[in-house]
Write a protein of this length. Structure first.
Length: 202
């Protein structure tokens, strides 16, 4: 650790590797709410956060467990397809709260092309939220839908031992990995229908 009379101790969250304050300052100065993505080994949490003088205010949020409990999603809750779906869900919630523009806060994550965080971003865009982005970093549509999972499962079909080792969780939940793209499309339709219900006439 640095020493001396001119040394400034970094903020606690910077020391703990939780916050990039220079990036945070740029995002806050935009005046737009931030899309904040937090990922663990099992789940993805997405929040739309609005800056406030008293501290950040969470406007809308969605957790990937909602995909399982509310929409019956049987795939992994922490991969690219689920990241897109949770982004779509939080995006629709944001639009419903009249939040139609935002910026993506990658935090301390290293943004690589096609990463899960950009699946979340694509979900927001498809929900109708305007977010500045570079088309080159977006994941492929087929990959978002899980086509790569289905293809790999088909390739492993001739090796039952390896197939079972890698996809036992999918099979246990009743979702053959080869069917991930179809299941993804069905869940996407459920989420979209939930927010696109025709208003009742009085």
């Amino acid at each position: 650790m640095g020493k001396g009379s001119t040394y400034n101790v970094p903020y606690r969250r910077r020391r703990e590797g939780k916050t990039n304050y220079s990036l945070r300052k740029k995002l806050v100065s935009s005046g737009l709410p931030r899309i904040v993505v937090r990922k663990t080994g099992k789940y993805v949490t997405v929040q739309l956060v609005k800056p406030d003088v008293k501290g950040d205010k969470v406007v809308t949020s969605a957790h990937s467990i909602e995909l399982r409990k509310k929409y019956g999603y049987l795939g992994s809750l922490s991969n690219l397809p689920s990241s897109y779906l949770i982004g779509l869900l939080c995006g629709y919630k944001s639009v419903a709260n009249n939040m139609k523009e935002a910026v993506l806060d990658v935090g301390l994550q290293i943004p690589s092309k096609g990463a899960d965080i950009f699946g979340v971003l694509k979900g927001f865009l498809d929900a109708g939220v305007k977010v500045p982005f570079n088309e080159e970093i977006m994941p492929d549509e087929k990959r978002i839908a899980g086509a790569h999972i289905a293809k790999y499962a088909e390739q492993l079909s001739s090796n039952p031992e390896e197939y079972t080792r890698l996809f036992s969780a999918h099979v246990k939940r009743g979702l053959p990995p080869e069917k991930v793209p179809d299941h993804f499309a069905a869940i996407k339709e459920k989420i979209t229908s939930d927010f696109k219900k025709p208003s009742k006439k009085s």
